[in-house]
Ligand binder design. Structure first.
Ligand SMILES: [Zn+2]
Length: 72
C-alpha cells in the first residue's frame, strides 16, 4: 500500500480515510459499475483526486501535496 502523506491543508496524518464512490453503469453494460476511490481528510474535509484504486488515489493525493508545495 502506498504511503499517504499528510493533508496539504491542515497537516493531518492520522485522520486520513479512504472513501469510495460507486458510479455507473459505465460502458453501458449491465452490472458494469465502477468504483472510484479517494483519500479524504476527516479533520478538515479535504478530498483528494479520484482514482480507480486506493493506490492510485493515494498517489494522486501525494502528487497534489507536491503540487501545492511547488506553487509560488
Ligand atoms: Zn486536512
Amino acid at each position: 500500500m502506498t504511503e499517504r502523506k499528510g493533508c496539504p491543508f491542515c497537516g493531518e496524518k492520522e485522520e486520513l480515510v479512504a472513501v469510495e464512490l460507486v458510479v455507473g453503469p459505465v460502458g453501458g453494460g449491465e452490472g458494469d459499475y465502477g468504483e472510484r476511490k479517494a483519500v479524504e481528510c476527516q479533520n478538515c474535509g479535504a478530498l483528494g483526486p479520484w482514482g480507480d484504486t486506493f493506490t492510485e488515489a493515494a498517489e494522486a493525493w501525494n502528487k497534489r501535496l507536491g503540487a501545492a508545495e511547488g506553487r509560488g
